[in-house]
Design a binder for this molecule. Structure first.
Ligand code: ZN
Length: 298
């Protein structure tokens, strides 16, 4: 089985050709997401796909399935984008139809990127040996995928595990989803930078090193927002692990130490002690692996 995987992220897009059964990425290319129409972005994906086919010396016919990770909710049957909080131009866009213009007669399947990443952990990562865990991505937004009894838990309307949109502050910061006080409005990379008045997270860290107390306060509030969400989740589900990935998590071990310390404040000792809060083992490729896991689950 050969799959074409596309990770439509909030800031970048990654296109891979993979062997899902072997858990192997054969070729990968990524590019920054231009703030342009979805049509222009799809054109760019098509060019990248054609380039990868040449690079792998395979034909379009040899691709068995197309799996797409989306940065928000999708109608998984029709293939239409519902709400990508950080990509308003995509609202209602028929992604499946756009792909069918250049990929004929192949199944095209979707899931949100956090669900893809959770499945990637389950099929290929540390999560292989763990039956109940939450995967959280802290990046442009904050998403999550919940694995219960070794299976992705989707919920009645497929909206389960929207961890980033738990309300943690009444009448708090405006969130991209339309609500106020969501966890994402404090903990995501975009929110951290916006609230600190800097360009991005690396710049925020630089300000903190310079002793900027406002930057430090914003960062700590982001950590606590995440920790409250984790604490509430552990009180509810008593999970074995919380696996964190996404751009912000690449800050490294110091980030994880702070999250663990803060999460302890919001969780009973027993569920806290039984849960490991760790970084994803699949790092930057987690959603790419997720598209392969999605292909395997088809
Ligand atoms: Zn929200």
């Amino acid at each position: 089985m050969t799959s074409l995987g596309i990770d439509i992220g909030g800031t970048k897009i990654s296109v891979i050709i993979g062997h899902p059964k072997k858990g192997k990425i054969i070729a990968k290319e990524k590019f920054l997401l231009p703030i342009e129409s979805p049509e222009k972005t799809i054109e760019r994906i098509q060019l990248t796909y054609e380039k990868l086919l040449k690079q792998c010396k395979i034909t379009a016919d040899e691709i068995d399935i197309v799996a797409i990770g989306c940065p928000g909710s999708c109608d998984y049957t029709s293939g239409r984008a519902i709400n990508f909080p950080n990509m308003p131009l995509w609202r209602g866009y028929d992604i499946k139809k756009a792909f069918q213009k250049f990929i004929k007669h192949k199944p095209i399947i979707f899931d949100n990127d956090a669900n893809c990443a959770a499945m990637a952990e389950k099929y290929f990562g540390t999560g292989k040996k763990i039956s109940d865990f939450l995967y959280i991505t802290v990046s442009t937004g904050v998403g999550a995928g919940l694995i219960i009894n070794n299976k992705l838990y989707r919920g009645i309307s497929l909206d389960a595990a929207e961890f980033g949109h738990m309300t943690i502050v009444k009448n708090g910061e405006q969130c991209g989803c339309g609500k106020k006080g969501c966890l994402e409005a404090y903990a995501s990379g975009t929110s951290l930078a916006r609230r600190a008045g800097v360009k991005d997270v690396p710049e925020l860290l630089k300000e903190m090193r310079k002793g900027n107390t406002h930057a430090q306060l914003v960062f700590d509030e982001g950590i606590h927002a995440l920790a409250i969400g984790i604490g509430n989740t552990l009180q509810l589900l008593n999970l074995e692990a919380v696996i964190i990935g996404g751009g912000v998590s690449t800050i490294g071990e110091s980030y994880f130490q702070k999250i663990r310390k803060a999460a302890k404040e919001y969780t009973w000792p027993r569920p806290y002690d039984h849960c490991t809060i760790m970084q994803t083992s699949l790092l930057d490729d987690v959603v790419d692996y997720g598209t392969m896991a999605l292909a395997l689950s088809f």
